[in-house]
Design a protein around this ligand. Structure first.
Ligand SMILES: [Mn+2]
Length: 305
């Protein structure tokens, strides 16, 4: 809602993308959950609905834009894209975190740290004590994991079709999990410092072409940006993308995906982890809207349609 209040629908319309708001989470499941069990039940319902809506929008040649909220929403959105475009789907995960934990590696027990693990078919693993999570929390994670696997279904994301940009807080278990995904491409903040974004986006492009990708899902976590520019998020980490780097990344990606000769196109976008309760004068929600407009082709010198 915070993102929509910053004029998302109006700005997309001005950029040439007439936009139909589909559903809010409370419309998908009216009740506010209390216990972990209720939260997980709500999550499973909302993720299943998100998967089906995203699949239907892609089938109608629409461009689904999924707003969050918790990054676990991508379990639903990308499952929908996998159902519609499994053969050629690639995912670009722009985030400070890998979100590649399984129940056996998660330090927190939070579902928002696991979407890429379940989407790429990693196994839950055997039960072990986790430093940061309580026993009950870990038990809940093992209980919900098979339900998440069921949402994703038999089609899984390929390792050589998965890239990250902006990483700076990665758990050791996630590094181990990454070794199960040969061909995946992880671009850290250090890579960005040393090699700069134009070269790195060019690398990502050639990697996508080499993998035979035809469709690109972009999952943008606002915590990829430095908390100076995006304070309104749950797990802020210092040392992120600047405001201009964030936009440059979107603009460089737009140059590729909007080129009709490009072999892969943009199939959908997540815009997630905006937390208005932590925001400062809605600047993070505003940034999310501006970022999406850049990804969809808004440039400094282009006249409005
Ligand atoms: Mn994330």
């Amino acid at each position: 809602m915070a993102i929509q209040l910053q004029g998302l629908v109006e700005e997309l319309g001005r950029a040439g993308y007439p936009c139909v708001p589909v559903k809010t989470v409370s419309e998908l499941d009216g009740k506010l959950p209390g216990t972990r069990q209720e939260c997980d039940d709500t999550a499973v319902k909302v993720l299943t609905a998100t998967r089906d809506i995203v699949g239907a929008v892609i089938d109608r040649d629409g461009l689904p834009i999924v707003l969050g909220g918790d990054h676990s929403i991508s379990i639903g959105s990308i499952s929908g894209a996998l159902r519609a475009r499994a053969e050629g789907l690639a995912v670009l995960w722009i985030d400070a975190h890998m979100d590649l934990n399984t129940p056996s590696t998660t330090p927190s027990g939070n579902m928002h740290g696991m979407p890429l693990a379940v989407l790429s078919g990693l196994k839950a693993g055997s039960r072990s004590a986790s430093a940061g999570a309580t026993e009950a929390w870990i038990e809940a994670v093992y209980a919900v994991w098979p339900r998440l696997e069921e949402i994703v279904g038999p089609r899984r994301l390929r390792g050589d079709r998965l890239a990250w940009v902006g990483l700076r807080e990665v758990d050791s278990g996630e590094v181990e999990n990454l070794s199960q995904l040969p061909g995946a491409l992880a671009v850290t903040m250090q890579d960005i410092d040393v090699r700069r974004l134009p070269d790195l986006v060019s690398d990502i492009h050639h990697w996508l072409v080499a993998s035979g990708a035809t469709d690109l899902w972009v999952s943008f976590d606002v915590d990829s940006l430095d908390p100076v520019f995006a304070p309104g998020t749950g797990t802020a980490v210092r040392g992120g993308l600047s405001y201009r780097e964030g936009h440059l990344l979107a603009e460089l990606l737009a140059q590729r995906v909007l080129d009709p000769k490009n072999p892969y196109r943009l199939i959908g976008v997540d815009l997630v982890e905006v937390n208005p309760l932590r925001d400062r004068e809605n600047e993070t929600a505003r940034m999310a809207v501006e970022w999406l407009c850049s990804l969809l082709g808004k440039t400094i010198m282009k006249a409005e349609a």
